[in-house]
Design a protein around this ligand. Structure first.
Ligand SMILES: Cc1ncc(C[n+]2csc(CCOP(=O)(O)OP(=O)(O)O)c2C)c(N)n1
Ligand SMILES: [Mg+2]
Length: 391
């Protein structure tokens, strides 16, 4: 699906059967596509906001393609780590819909602040998927330009990017870039575990009192490494927003359409001067926390199986088939594209040049620093001390 402005949140062009408040069995959840692939015309959030999407058949197919692509590339990265080609990988498996839905809802002028798991949002921003692999291979620090792609660097320090996003969003207001359709907004991604961090709570306070044009997008994947959600909160996470003075909504994070709709609405509200909001994308981390983790140590197989039935891609495929929006030739072509691009990704990773050790001092500050110059000189002397050193 092309970057730009697909969908919108007005009337559906395809007749859909019903409108309802919340998803079956979970009255709090905004859902527009059930796990069986049934379309829901509109869903109402806790504050009465009505959510809809308006996609063409082409755009529906585009969303499916995005989902398949990011899953396949992610699987390839996991395999590369297992073969010793990456130091670590944080898989997005299971969270594709939350990321593609929200990523495609961003308008070109919006700025995103990711964690270390947002490979799907990165893909939607038009960044070459090879970029995060350099970071996890340890050959660079992430090679994309945040300003060019409006996608900040990955942040490993849990919750820190919510403060960066708040400052950025306050800057948008100070620059007078809100108040109309061309206004700007920022979005901060973080996890359920991050909500326990001081940084995130401080970001909520500052964004609220300064009415910052910011969307807090929490992917509640039920775990912070081995710590389950009940160790983070006694109330549904989206309800935390009320205490800080801005709206919160829980969306089915395995539903790409609903993720798109709530994010688009929240960003548009922000750019029009209506301040921050919190989205809790209710989802599940199907894989390990990272390739260093073994989830069988702390969660049971039946839990994983129950989420398998809510797979974000299966439901879109079922919908496309039922509505005859796509045929088997389309699905085969998407699979083939994903296979080709993952092979290409692998080839490029294997051919990544190892950097000279001294380059670790580059790109730390835009204009360098005397202290770093000193450290670089010491390091060079150290390297030269090795017999036969090329340095
Ligand atoms: C400030 C800080 N404390 C601890 C860690 C170690 N750590 C890395 S990931 C993680 C769990 C994060 O869980 P969550 O916010 O739910 O995000 P998820 O990994 O599930 O996407 C922790 C504690 C860290 N990176 N930064
Ligand atoms: Mg988590």
């Amino acid at each position: 699906m092309a970057k730009g402005d697909p969908g919108g949140t007005t009337r559906s062009r395809r007749p859909a059967p019903r409108s309802k408040k919340g998803a079956a069995g979970n009255p709090e959840l905004v859902q527009l596509l059930t796990p069986d692939g049934e379309r829901i015309d509109s869903a109402t959030g806790p504050d009465g906001t009505e959510y809809r999407v308006d996609f063409t058949d082409e755009e529906y197919r585009g969303l499916y393609r995005d989902l398949v692509m990011v899953r396949k590339l992610d699987a390839e990265a996991t395999a590369l780590q297992r073969q010793g080609e990456l130091g670590l990988w944080a898989s997005l498996l299971g969270q594709e819909a939350a990321q593609v839905g929200s990523g495609r809802a961003l308008r070109s002028q919006d700025m995103a602040f990711p964690t270390y798991r947002e490979h799907g949002v990165l893909y939607c921003r038009g960044i070459d998927p090879i970029m995060p692999l350099g970071l996890f291979r340890g050959v660079d620090q992430g090679g994309w330009d945040p300003n060019e792609f409006k996608f900040n660097m990955y942040t490993i320090v849990i919750g820190a990017q919510t403060l960066h996003a708040t400052g950025y969003a306050m800057g948008i207001t100070m620059d007078g870039k809100i108040g109309n359709d061309d206004g700007e907004a920022a979005i901060a991604y973080f996890g359920d575990g991050a909500t326990s961090q001081g940084d995130v709570n401080e970001a909520f306070v500052w964004a609220s009192v300064f009415n910052a044009p910011l969307v807090f997008f929490c992917q509640n994947n039920q775990y912070a490494i081995s710590e389950p959600l009940e160790r983070q909160t006694r109330v549904p996470l989206y309800q935390r927003a009320a205490g800080f003075g801005f709206p919160g909504v829980r969306v089915d994070g395995n539903d790409v359409l609903a993720s798109y709709a709530v994010t688009r609405t929240a960003l548009d509200n922000a750019r029009h001067g209506q301040g921050p909001s919190l989205i809790e994308a209710y989802t599940y981390r199907m894989g390990a926390h990272t390739t260093s983790d073994d989830p069988t140590r702390y969660r049971i197989a039946s839990e994983v199986e129950s989420w398998q039935a809510k797979d974000p891609i299966t439901r879109v495929k079922a919908f496309l088939e039922k509505q005859q929006i796509a045929d088997s030739a389309f699905f085969a072509e998407v699979d083939e594209q994903a296979r080709r691009e993952s092979v290409h990704l692998r080839e490029r990773v294997l051919n990544m040049p190892n950097p000279e050790p001294v380059t670790m001092f580059d790109h730390v500050y835009p204009n360098g620093s005397p202290l770093l110059d000193e450290q670089r000189a010491t390091f060079n002397r150290y390297m030269e001390s090795f017999e036969g050193s090329a340095h």
